[in-house]
Design a protein. Structure first.
Length: 218
């Protein structure tokens, strides 16, 4: 039985990683440094700014840099952006079947709201859980557990959609069935090692349809 669908935002409902990468690339270049994809995936992708910025820029004000970076991201995002393929259809299906839906993200609230507005899916989300507003952000499971408590849903009845290593670890530790979206360049083995039970290219993947049918009938 499925009670709720819980969605990460960046790289899951919206292909925002290229925008984040460009902002970080500029920040690195301004400091005479070069950002590589490997460094981005290992030390930035999916992590909370307050965790990664002190490591990346140890001699600078992490909070000020974070605010600057996120403002630049929102400027690049603009007012309109396509959601991940199949996302809207999946959310329409969830509404028809009575599955509750939440976005669970480490993004600042202002960014999360901007992304949901840009992809036109804000009205589909009953709940928005922000990592920094919880006692602990991802990779701790608390943001996912907070969504489950709000819905009164057992972990085993929830499906969590993620794309990053830290997000996958958080979702897996919450007890949800974890679906990894293969948007971040992580290998199939890496996605499963970090907690994915199922992997999909996007929300049009036949593997997702088969999974939903199987879990709904359980």
């Amino acid at each position: 039985m499925i009670a709720a669908l819980l969605f990460d935002l960046d790289g899951t409902l919206i292909n925002s990683d290229p925008l984040h990468y460009r902002v970080f690339e500029t920040m690195f270049a301004e400091r005479g440094r070069v950002l590589t994809e490997a460094l981005y995936l290992d030390r930035i992708h999916g992590r909370h700014n307050e965790d990664s910025f002190p490591e990346l820029f140890p001699d600078e004000d992490a909070t000020a840099l974070s605010l600057q970076k996120e403002a630049q991201f929102r400027d690049m995002l603009g007012a309109g952006h396509a959601p991940m393929p199949g996302a809207e259809a999946l959310l329409d299906l969830a509404r028809a079947r009575g599955w509750r839906c939440a976005a669970v993200t480490n993004a600042p609230r202002i960014n999360a709201e901007a992304m949901l507005a840009a992809i036109g899916l804000g009205s589909h989300m009953e709940l928005l859980v922000i990592g920094e507003e919880c006692s602990r952000a991802k990779p701790d499971p608390e943001p996912y557990l907070a969504a489950m408590r709000a819905f009164g849903a057992a972990p085993a009845s929830c499906i969590a959609f993620e794309d990053s290593a830290s997000g996958l670890r958080a979702a897996a530790a919450s007890g949800a069935h974890v679906v990894a979206v293969r948007s971040a360049g992580l290998t199939e083995d890496a996605l499963r090692r970090h907690g994915a039970a199922t992997t999909i290219a996007d929300f049009t993947d036949p593997a997702l349809t088969a999974l939903l049918d199987r879990l709904a009938a359980a």
